[in-house]
Design a protein around this ligand. Structure first.
Ligand SMILES: [Zn+2]
Length: 55
């Protein structure tokens, strides 16, 4: 009945200036994944660590 994979929209938030630069979809079937990604921060114009932030 229930779907195997539940997906949720999350924000990728810059850990340095807290700008929410990206929005993505993740699977939350087995708890929320704690992801840290190196992404380009538009506000700072450099690559920084972005963390997943659920709404
Ligand atoms: Zn930033």
């Amino acid at each position: 009945m229930a779907k195997k994979s539940k997906r949720e929209y999350v924000w990728l938030e810059c850990s340095e200036c807290n700008a929410r630069n990206y929005r993505t979809e993740v699977s939350v079937a087995e708890g929320a994944p704690k992801l840290e990604l190196k992404k380009f921060c538009k506000a700072e114009r450099k690559r920084t660590v972005h963390k997943l932030r659920r709404k």
